[in-house]
Design a protein around this ligand. Structure first.
Ligand code: NDP
Length: 325
């Protein structure tokens, strides 16, 4: 039976219910995918709680990344065959055993990359890609700061920045998370639950500050993030796991050294087929070559989606979290 875990309305992690779904033939330009693995992302929590709109509105099938096998091919699709392994990231629709999806939004999973890894890497890995290649182009010799360094996006950023010769300082909650971040490319780690990260970053950088801050924590970290930037530094605010930043003022940029800022999201960076393919290729090459290790540290059956959300929301996870239908 094909099924989805449907969120009937915005709310807590208990809103999910298993519902049978009727499989329809893929339309022109679409393929039918049978999911073998589905990535869980913090953005799913924002959508579940109503902080971000649920794609398509409620009742909603949430979930923004997945991998699996092509089961049927619609008219006009070229280059994809039944039985091939594919992966994608797209807002909504992934918390299901099957779905139809536009063929031009999927990529083939390369040899040597497992379905679980691909499902965990598409949204988080492509995010890491645009953050360090577009929002602030991190280069050898730079020192940057990454918050939530032991998280899904965080561990990928640490490894990718290390590969580029960038000194990355990572913050994480607790000793174990700090140790994990240190093993994954971060040159320095700070337990921001017990240490003052501003003072420590200024000590590490000999009062110079960092070239960029990649801040996905938001409310709790953002004032400090501005303080640790060097003159003309770049504040990249790409999430708010601790709560929304509500009191940011343009004048804060002047007061902290003529800073620059951006509040990006992934999808405009991959909205053309060309960009999706270019960025995915670079990501998959980094994974297949072993330069980036995707760490699926939590796996749950799709039916246990509530537990997966509780773990991620409760700061109990490290690296990537995957659901198996
Ligand atoms: P993570 O695995 O990083 O999980 C979030 C982490 O945030 C937690 O593990 C926790 O780490 C930290 N955190 C700090 N304060 C809190 C709090 N009050 N409640 C919960 N967690 C908190 O998630 P993802 O890798 O899925 O996503 C990371 C961030 O990146 C999210 O904010 C997400 O929305 C954002 N994102 C943005 C995208 C974009 O394009 N703009 C795309 C993808 C993700 P610790 O215990 O170490 O503090």
């Amino acid at each position: 039976m094909a099924y989805a875990m449907v969120a009937g309305k915005a709310g807590n992690s208990k809103v999910f219910e298993k519902q049978e779904i009727k499989l329809t033939k893929p339309k022109k330009g679409e393929v039918l995918i049978r999911h073998t693995a589905i990535g869980v992302n913090f953005i799913d929590i924002y959508q579940r709680t109503g902080l971000y709109p649920a794609p398509g509105g409620f009742p909603a099938i949430l979930g923004g990344e997945g991998a699996g096998v092509v089961e049927a091919v619609g008219k006009g699709v070229t280059g994809l065959k039944v039985g091939e392994r594919i992966a994608y990231t797209q807002p909504g629709g992934a918390y299901a055993s099957h779905r139809n999806i536009a063929a031009d939004r999927v990529i083939k999973i390369p040899e040597g990359v497992s379905d679980e890894v691909a499902a965990a890497a598409m949204l988080k890995g492509l995010t890491a890609h645009y953050l360090i290649h577009d929002c602030y182009k991190a280069k050898k010799g730079d020192t940057v700061l990454v918050h939530a360094a032991a998280g899904g996006v965080g561990l990928i950023l640490g490894q990718w920045l290390a590969d580029k010769g960038v000194a990355a300082i990572g913050t994480a909650g607790g000793k174990e998370k700090c140790k994990l971040a240190k093993r994954n490319g971060f040159t320095h780690v700070i337990d921001y639950r017990s240490e003052d990260f501003v003072a420590k970053v200024m000590r590490i950088t000999k009062k110079q500050g960092v070239a960029a801050v990649y801040d996905s924590v938001g409310k709790d970290t953002y004032p400090g993030s501005l303080q640790v930037l060097r003159k003309f530094g770049m504040f990249v605010s790409f999430g708010q796991s601790s709560g929304v930043v509500t009191d940011f003022k343009l004048a804060d940029l002047a007061a902290n050294g003529c800073l620059f800022t951006t509040r990006p999201s992934l999808f405009p960076y991959i909205d053309t087929r060309k960009e999706l393919v270019r960025r995915s290729r670079q990501l998959m090459d980094m994974i297949a070559s072993g330069k980036i290790k995707i760490q699926v540290n939590q796996t749950f059956p799709l039916l246990k989606i509530t537990q997966a959300h509780n773990a991620l929301e409760g700061r109990k996870t490290t690296g990537q979290t995957v659901l198996i239908p």
